[in-house]
Design a protein around this ligand. Structure first.
Ligand SMILES: *Cc1c(COP(=O)(O)O)cnc(C)c1O
Length: 375
């Protein structure tokens, strides 16, 4: 039998989360963001659930080709645009839309003399200061692109730095939106502004033609701990599951694992789980990180090692070798440990955990029928 660690991808949860995007942005077309191999889920594994989206957004042309190979004939948007002039041949052949965010990309487009019709998303840097043209430059670039023969359509695009409510919150969103709107208000063309945090938190204020939904599709709350997935009506789409492979009885003052970082205060029963940092579980996760055994919430203890970690079995006296362990996601009987709870305990975000599951973990898809996760 293979080592018991498995990442289960829940098709019904993916569908439910996409539906939640539609509910929050009923007048927008929805790009399902599937960069980083669908946030670690696998593009081929999420495709069936997401093929009712209006388009897909990602970064790598190779991932775009995988979508075409699956039969997707709709829109695909490259969020960082092209990385070389040669990429334009792929964009033409595979009909990929792409962001234009710097002068170099404009030049490449202008110098591309082969017949093609590109849909481009012109990005304004409205305050994030990663990609895009400054508001003062934007109109000039737009006018220039407008005149190129190989540009069919230009959509106006921006990205929020603070839609999740950190630091500037509403004031930050207002500021960026004003920068954007005041510079393009009289220009024709569609608009694309919102990520998951903006879709959920600013549903009424922000209306645009295309939303770009990422993390919410995968059952993680963009503004945890202010709101949980339960608050937002999202369902975990990935469950990292394993099993107890050994049980130890500790006496008071005995320790477990490298560095003896956890020492028992009283006699206790502990379980050893087949999951470690070589599976993508963060080594930095401290004693006390939440975890489920047989659907019951308990805590990790001691240091996470390469292939194993230890759990406190005090709340699960009936646990045996082979008992189910959920590192994050849902247990077979439906108990839920949101990925955000585990991420927060480890000083990171759900994004990083789901993207970090390693190649040695077996992935499977599961259809749970038609029921919604209700908590
Ligand atoms: C990743 C990304 C998104 C999706 O963000 P989430 O927070 O995951 O919803 C949207 N827009 C751009 C430009 C991105 O790079």
């Amino acid at each position: 039998m293979p080592r018991p660690i498995t990442a289960v991808i829940h098709n019904q949860a993916l569908r439910q989360n996409l539906e939640r995007v539609r509910q929050s942005a009923p007048n927008s077309k929805v790009f399902a963001v599937v960069k980083a191999n669908a946030y670690g889920h696998g593009i081929e594994r999420v495709y069936d659930a997401f093929k009712t989206a209006d388009g897909f957004a990602l970064l790598d042309i190779d991932e775009a080709k995988r979508l075409r190979a699956l039969g997707w004939s709709g829109a695909i948007l490259l969020l960082e645009g092209i990385f070389s002039p040669q990429d334009l041949f792929d964009c033409a052949q595979y009909q990929l839309s792409f962001t234009i965010h710097n002068e170099q990309q404009v030049e490449w487009l202008q110098q591309h003399i082969y017949p093609a019709q590109f849909d481009i998303f012109l990005k304004m840097n409205s305050g994030m200061n990663r990609l895009g043209f400054k508001p003062q430059q934007y109109r000039q670039v737009w006018r220039h692109l407008q005149r190129l023969n190989n540009v069919a359509k230009i959509t106006h695009m921006m990205h929020f730095s603070d839609a999740d409510g950190e630091r500037f919150g509403q004031a930050g969103v207002d500021y960026q939106l004003t920068e954007f709107e005041s510079n393009i208000q009289d220009l024709p063309g569609e608009r694309s502004i919102s990520n998951s945090a903006a879709i959920l938190r600013y549903a009424t204020q922000l209306q645009s033609d295309y939303v770009r939904a990422g993390i919410m599709l995968y059952g993680s709350s963009p503004d945890y701990p202010k709101h949980t997935i339960q608050d937002w009506g999202l369902a975990p789409s990935m469950s990292l599951r394993s099993e107890i492979i050994a049980i130890q009885q500790l006496n008071a003052h005995q320790s477990v694992g490298y560095g003896s970082s956890f020492v028992a205060e009283q006699p206790m029963s502990i379980g050893i789980v087949a999951c470690g940092y070589a599976d993508g579980y963060q080594r930095i996760s401290p004693t006390g990180t939440p975890i489920l055994v047989d659907g019951i919430r308990t805590r990790t203890i001691g240091r996470v090692s390469m292939d194993m970690l230890a759990v406190d079995l005090t709340p699960i006296p009936n646990a045996v070798i082979g008992s189910e362990v959920v590192l994050w996601g849902a247990s077979k009987i439906g108990s839920i440990l949101p990925i955000d709870d585990v991420a927060a305990a480890s000083g990171t975000v759900g994004y990083e955990l789901m993207c970090g599951v390693t190649a040695r973990v077996k992935f499977i898809n599961q259809d749970e029928g038609n029921h919604h996760v209700t908590f």
